[in-house]
Design a binder for this molecule. Structure first.
Ligand SMILES: Cc1ncc(COP(=O)(O)O)c(C=O)c1O
Length: 398
C-alpha cells in the first residue's frame, strides 16, 4: 500500500546503487535499460526507449519518421502544449483538430476534415487519462498512410476495447514528470512494436550513434576507444534519460498497478460526490474504456455561478486544488504573435491564418468551463475528505 506516499518502494535502494557506480560507465548500473525492458513488457510492446522527458520522445519519433518542413501533423488544441511543441521542434506544421464535447478527446471526424495531401501524422492525446476513440482514427490513418503517435503522458495502463492504450497507434510516448502516474523528477518513454522505427528513434535519442539500436542504448567500450570508429550515422540529440531518474522510475514500475489504482479510486470518490448534480458533469468514459484518471475533470454548466465562484466556494470550504484547463494551444500568444523561434518560416500563410478563435469551436467552448480536481493523493482518506468538500460545495451552490 502507498500509505500516503508516492515513493514507497525500492527508489532509495536503486538510487544508491547508481551512486555506488561513481558514474563509471564500465560499472553501468543499467537502470535505464532495466526500466526500458520492464516498461515495454508491462505495456505490451516490443521496444521501450527511455528519454529525458515526454516531449523529446515525440520530437524524436517525428524526426525518426522523417517528418519536417512542409509536413502537417494533426494535434488537438486541448492538451499541454508539449504535444504541439514536438511538431514545431521537427520544423513541421501543427494543424489543430477539434475535440469531442463529452470525452474531451480529439475527434476523428474533425481529423478527417483537416487531412490534406501534406498531412503526415496525427498525435492523439489520452487527455486526463482516457484514450480517444482510436478505431476510426486508425482507419483514417490506414487510408491516408499517416503515422499515429499516442501522447500518453497522462495515461498509464488505460484500456480501449480490451487493449492496452499505447499499443493502439504506431508508437506511444509517456512522461515521468512530477505530476504523472510515474514520476522520476523528469523522464519519458517511447514504446513501439516497429523494429525499424525503434532503431531510428534510438539513434535520434542518442546522438545518431551507429552502435545503438532498438534495444541497445549504449555503444561498446571497444568502439569508443577506436580512433577510426565512425560514430554518427545520422544527426541526433542527447535525449537520454539519466540513470538516477531511471532508478526512481524503475522502482515505481514495480508498484505501477497500485499507483494507477489509487488515482482511479480517488476519481471514483469525486464522481460519487457529484452524482446527480446537473451542473458539474464528469468527463464521459465510454463503457469499453478504462480511464487512468491523471485528474478527474468536470464540465461546469451552472446557469448562474462562474468557474471562479465554484473554485472559491470549494477552497473556502477547505478544498485543495482545482485547476483550469490549459489555454488552448492555438490561442496561446506564441501562435497569435507567431513567436515560434523561426519555425514560422516553415508554416504556409494559409496555415498561419488558421491559428485563431473559431478554429475548434467545441474545444473553445469547453476550455473555460473545465474543472480539474487532483487524484494524486496516494492516501484515500485525503481523497475522501476532498470529495466530501466537493459534495458540500455542490450543496451550497445548488
Ligand atoms: C499531454 C502531455 N503531453 C506531453 C507532456 C510533456 O511531458 P514532459 O513534461 O515530460 O516533457 C505532458 C506533461 O508534462 C502532457 O501532459
Amino acid at each position: 500500500m502507498t500509505n500516503g506516499k508516492r515513493l514507497y518502494g525500492n527508489e532509495e535502494k536503486y538510487v544508491l546503487e547508481v551512486l555506488d557506480t561513481q558514474f563509471r560507465s564500465s560499472k553501468g548500473s543499467l537502470m535505464t535499460s532495466r526500466l526500458e525492458a520492464s516498461f515495454a513488457e508491462k505495456f505490451g510492446s516490443k521496444y521501450g526507449i527511455a528519454f529525458v522527458n515526454g516531449t523529446a520522445t515525440m520530437h524524436a519519433l517525428l524526426e525518426a519518421k522523417g517528418i519536417g518542413p512542409g509536413d502537417e501533423v494533426i494535434v488537438p488544441p486541448l492538451t499541454m502544449s508539449a504535444t504541439t511543441f514536438a511538431v514545431l521542434q521537427a520544423n513541421a506544421t501543427p494543424v489543430f483538430a477539434d475535440v469531442e464535447p463529452d470525452t474531451f478527446q480529439i475527434s476523428a471526424s474533425s481529423i478527417k476534415e483537416r487531412i490534406t495531401p501534406n498531412t503526415k501524422a496525427i498525435i492523439t492525446v489520452a487527455l486526463y487519462g482516457l484514450t480517444p476513440d482510436m478505431d476510426p482514427i486508425m482507419a483514417l490513418a490506414d487510408e491516408h498512410d499517416l503515422f499515429v503517435l499516442e501522447d500518453n503522458a497522462q495515461c498509464f495502463l488505460g484500456k480501449y476495447k480490451g487493449r492496452m492504450v499505447g499499443t493502439l497507434g504506431h508508437a506511444a510516448s509517456y512522461s515521468f514528470q512530477s505530476s504523472k502516474h510515474i514520476a522520476s523528477g523528469e523522464g519519458g518513454m517511447v514504446i513501439t512494436d516497429d523494429p525499424e522505427l525503434a532503431d531510428r528513434t534510438r539513434k535520434v535519442q542518442s546522438l545518431g550513434y551507429a552502435g545503438v539500436g532498438a534495444a541497445k542504448g549504449k555503444i561498446t567500450k571497444a568502439d569508443i576507444q577506436d580512433p577510426t570508429y565512425e560514430r554518427h550515422v545520422i544527426m541526433g540529440w542527447n535525449y537520454r534519460m539519466p540513470e538516477l531518474c531511471s532508478a526512481v522510475a524503475l522502482a515505481q514500475m514495480e508498484n505501477i498497478e497500485e499507483l494507477v489504482n489509487v488515482r482511479i479510486e480517488a476519481a471514483n470518490r469525486f464522481m460519487a460526490a457529484a452524482k446527480g448534480c446537473d451542473w458539474l458533469i464528469p468527463q464521459v468514459t465510454p463503457d469499453d474504456c478504462t480511464n487512468s484518471y491523471w485528474t478527474i475533470v468536470f464540465k461546469l454548466d451552472h446557469p448562474e455561478h462562474s468557474w471562479n465562484k465554484v473554485r472559491d466556494t470549494f477552497r473556502d470550504l477547505g478544498g485543495d486544488g482545482v485547476y483550469g484547463a490549459w489555454q488552448l494551444t492555438h490561442l496561446e500568444p506564441m501562435f497569435r504573435d507567431l513567436t515560434l523561434l523561426g519555425r514560422e518560416r516553415f508554416i504556409s500563410d494559409e496555415n498561419k491564418a488558421l491559428y485563431k478563435r473559431g478554429l475548434c469551436p467545441v474545444a473553445e467552448d469547453l476550455q473555460p468551463r473545465l474543472m480539474q480536481f487532483k487524484t494524486n493523493y496516494w492516501d484515500l482518506a485525503k481523497a475522501d475528505e476532498q470529495a466530501d468538500i466537493l459534495a458540500q460545495t455542490i450543496k451550497a451552490l445548488s
